[in-house]
Design a protein around this ligand. Structure first.
Ligand code: CMP
Length: 141
């Protein structure tokens, strides 16, 4: 089915200047960028985005990392976009990420793991709405 998913290029990958290389992988896989913005997240914005993880031991480090520099946030649209994007990213821990995935190629650690992607279609709806208003998302189907 035609889906949308939320992608974040995290501060480590922005600092490595590989936004374009990551975008090229999305495009080669048939995912279209339908909204995008670069943003320095506030602490409250990062905490709100990751609220589902607020009780986890890694929460504080995750928030600190996500506000350590600007992130590139985009909504991607395409057939099977949620799973397709997760396959492109590879495993959360880059040590476990398959060769040729974004995290295998660009990530350094489970915290500095280059990218975030929605884990399901309903999560994606909420995550896209967290960062983009309806009129900022451009259907390209
Ligand atoms: P992300 O997909 O952005 O969602 C939550 C993030 O928490 C995850 O990527 C990792 O960067 C980070 N994280 C740190 N430690 C862990 C852990 N043990 N399990 C899952 N995520 C972790």
């Amino acid at each position: 089915a035609l889906e949308r998913t939320l992608s974040i290029i995290k501060p480590d990958a922005v600092a490595k200047n590989v936004i374009g290389q990551i975008y090229a992988r999305f495009e080669a896989a048939g995912l279209k960028i339908v909204a995008a913005k670069m943003k320095q997240l506030s602490r409250a914005e990062a905490e709100g985005f990751y609220a589902v993880h607020s009780a986890r031991p890694f929460f504080k480090a995750l928030v600190e990392f996500m506000i350590s520099g600007p992130v590139m946030i985009q909504a991607l649209e395409g057939e099977n976009a949620v799973l397709k994007h997760r396959d492109l990213m590879g495993a959360t821990n880059p040590k476990e990420a398959a060769a040729g995935t974004i995290r295998a190629d660009f990530a350094d650690s489970i915290d500095a793991n280059a990218v975030h992607g929605s884990d399901a279609v309903d999560t994606a709806k909420n995550e896209i709405a967290y960062f983009f208003s309806a009129i900022e998302v451009n259907s390209r189907a």
